[in-house]
Design a protein around this ligand. Structure first.
Ligand SMILES: Cc1ncc(COP(=O)(O)O)c(C=O)c1O
Length: 368
């Protein structure tokens, strides 16, 4: 195994990934490697990660429960705070029950692993998140993908399936920001002996959840909710089934109870709607201003606004130039997105100002 050779090859193809060190709290203003920047690559869509009330709740959680949960949920790690959060998430999403996972990645693996013996086929949108693809591979069923958001392509693939199936989609697509056609997908699931599963990591807290009857809903708490973890919501018997059968749920330490206390506060702020209203206004402004200065906007109406560059080296160069000008915007390259669709992935947060958004777009226009 020649790791150095592999690393050199990644560098040659402009696909080498490196980490930058954040030296401040998460927010619209961030300090990276000593540079103060306006942050346009955080999933903290509602600016709750450093919200004063969420931090206060977290501290109270630490005072009450300490720092670590100490064990998995099925041993002694399932605290009152975890339980209350599950109840609040079930109520918020209008489902009978919710189940907390430590991350969205493990929640997706968790749903698939529990359903391993129940499914004969799975069909996924071509642009679904990597964790859904990995989960599919984990249970040994062939990875079958329909064209992105293309109902005709899904229907064609359905003809070849037999037995119990699952149709799986991101709700808001993580790199494109557009939304799945949930009502169409549910209709298809209804007449094809399939269950619909949606991953609402990027919609939860920003948009009203649309959860069709008898479908599976997963959302994460490390993005709009500003904390960490994830949950699956649905019918009581399905959640109980996950507790019995979902290995990534059973064999892992529960997240910190203090995080659950903080997330309960986030949920209150989400329900109040003030941060959400600011974010939605920014999304509108971003789209209108981009259009006015002739930047190509995508179909996305979410906080994720991609700008396709089409080349890894060029995307990196623009991202670097913006960095030098005080803006933090990530360049997204293969394998995260298909070759030829390399892009800048701009994410908007509630606490951005219109002036920051305007400045960013003017700098991008000049860099192009
Ligand atoms: C669509 C989607 N699903 C799942 C995940 C994984 O969630 P987590 O970061 O909580 O593991 C992410 C992002 O990280 C995501 O974008």
């Amino acid at each position: 195994m020649d790791f150095s050779k592999i690393l050199i090859s990644l560098k040659d193809k402009h696909l080498y990934r490196s980490r930058k060190i954040t030296e401040s709290a998460q927010g619209t203003q961030i300090v990276i490697d000593g540079h103060s920047l306006i942050n346009f690559c955080s999933n903290d869509y509602l600016s709750l990660a450093n919200h004063v009330q969420v931090k206060e709740a977290f501290k109270q959680g630490v005072d009450e429960y300490g720092v670590g949960s100490g064990a998995s949920h099925l041993v002694s790690g399932h605290s009152r705070a975890h339980h209350e959060l599950e109840k609040a998430l079930a109520q918020y999403t209008g489902q009978q029950r919710a189940l907390l996972y430590s991350t969205g990645y493990s929640a997706n693996l968790g749903v698939f692993s529990a359903l391993k013996g129940e499914l004969d086929w799975v069909l996924q949108d071509k642009l679904n998140h990597a964790s859904l693809i990995d989960a599919n591979q984990l249970i040994g069923l062939p990875l079958q993908r329909y064209l992105h958001n293309d109902i005709t392509s899904l229907e064609k693939k359905l003809d070849k399936q037999a037995g119990q199936g699952m149709i799986v989609t991101d709700t808001v697509f993580s790199m494109d920001g557009d939304s799945a056609k949930l009502d169409d997908l549910q209709k298809i699931a209804n007449f094809s002996n399939a269950v619909l599963m949606q991953d609402d990591a990027h919609g939860f807290g920003v948009f009203e959840s649309n959860i069709p009857k008898n479908s599976i809903y997963m959302a994460t708490l490390g993005k709009a909710a500003g904390t960490m973890g994830a949950f699956v919501a649905g019918k009581a018997d399905f959640i109980e089934f996950l507790i019995q059968k979902s290995r990534p749920y059973i064999y892992t330490t529960a997240i910190s109870p203090a995080i659950c206390v903080a997330t309960l506060k986030s949920l209150e702020l989400i329900k109040q709607g003030e941060q959400k209203a600011k974010l939605l206004a920014h999304i509108d402004f971003f789209r209108n201003f981009s259009q006015a200065i002739g930047l190509p906007i995508s179909a996305s109406k979410s906080a994720i606004q991609p700008l396709i560059i089409g080349d890894s080296e060029k995307a990196l160069k623009i991202s670097q130039k913006l960095f030098e000008q005080g803006f933090y915007v990530s360049a997204i390259r293969p394998p995260t997105v298909p070759k030829g669709t390399e892009r800048l992935r701009i994410t908007l947060n509630a606490n951005h100002t219109q002036s920051q958004i305007e400045q960013l777009l003017v700098h991008i226009k000049n860099a192009l």
